[in-house]
Design a protein around this ligand. Structure first.
Ligand SMILES: CC(C)(COP(=O)(O)OP(=O)(O)OC[C@H]1O[C@@H](n2cnc3c(N)ncnc32)[C@H](O)[C@@H]1OP(=O)(O)O)[C@@H](O)C(=O)NCCC(=O)NCCS
Length: 177
C-alpha cells in the first residue's frame, strides 16, 4: 500500500435470505482451479490500477498464500462474473469469501477482494457478486458478514453503504483471515 490509507471495518447482519438479482449479459461461476489464477491476478491488476490507495501486484504464489492456501479456502468461495459473450474471455469481476479466526475457532465470513473491471462498472456487477457471497453465507447459517476496506476506495465504500454495511466503530479483534 502507498500513502497513509485509512482502513474501514464494516459489517452487515443478514436478516432475510439475500436475493440475487440477475445482471443482463453476466453469469456468475465458481473458481475452477489453477487455470483461473492468472485471470484473477490480471483482473486485480486492472481493477486497482487507478486506485488512490494502490495495491502491489501479486504472483501466483501470493495468490496461494493469501487465498487458496488459507484454512477457509474452497473453490466454491471465490466467484467470477463472466460475460456471456464467448468473445470476451477475461472476467468482468470477482469476489472471495474469506473467514476470520481459525479452523478451530471460526469467526465471521468476510468480503475479500471484491473487484470489477473498470470497463464494466456501474452495471450492478459489484452488487451482484456481494449478493452471491451473502447468499452463500446465509445458506451456511452465517448471519453476519464483515469486511475491511479503505476510505479512499470511494466506489467500494459507496457500494457497501448502499447494500447495508455499516462502519464498525471499535478497532475489532484484529484477527486475520
Ligand atoms: C467497488 C467496485 C467493486 C464496485 O463495482 P460496480 O460493479 O461498479 O458496482 P455496482 O454497479 O454494483 O454499484 C452498486 C451501487 O454501489 C454504489 N456505487 C458503485 N460505484 C460507485 C461510484 N463510483 N460512486 C458512487 N457510488 C457508487 C452505487 O450506489 C451503485 O448503485 P447505482 O449504480 O444504482 O447508483 C468497483 O468500483 C471496483 O472494482 N473498484 C476497485 C476495487 C475496489 O476498491 N474493491 C473493493 C475492495 S474492499
Amino acid at each position: 500500500m502507498r500513502g497513509m490509507p485509512s482502513v474501514l471495518q464494516m459489517r452487515k447482519n443478514l436478516v432475510v435470505p439475500p436475493s440475487v438479482a440477475k445482471v443482463a449479459g453476466v453469469r456468475v461461476r465458481a473458481f475452477s482451479g489453477e487455470v483461473d489464477i492468472e485471470p484473477w491476478l490480471e483482473l486485480r491488476r486492472r481493477a486497482f490500477a487507478r486506485a488512490r490507495v494502490g495495491v502491489r501486484e501479486w504472483t501466483a504464489e501470493e495468490f496461494r498464500q493469501e487465498l487458496s492456501g488459507r484454512w477457509w479456502w474452497s473453490q466454491q468461495r471465490l466467484w467470477f462474473a463472466d460475460s456471456i459473450d464467448p468473445a470476451r474471455h477475461s472476467p468482468l469481476g470477482a469476489i472471495a469469501c474469506a473467514q476470520r479466526g481459525s479452523a478451530a475457532e471460526p469467526g465471521p465470513p468476510a468480503v475479500h477482494w471484491l473487484m470489477v473491471d473498470p470497463a464494466a462498472r456501474r452495471q450492478g456487477i459489484g452488487r451482484l457478486l456481494l449478493a452471491v457471497l451473502e447468499r452463500h453465507c446465509w445458506e451456511l447459517g452465517l448471519r453476519e458478514v464483515c469486511l475491511e476496506t479503505h476510505a479512499e476506495w470511494r466506489a467500494a465504500v459507496a457500494l457497501y453503504r448502499a447494500t447495508g454495511y455499516e462502519e464498525v466503530i471499535s478497532a475489532g479483534d484484529g484477527s486475520r483471515f
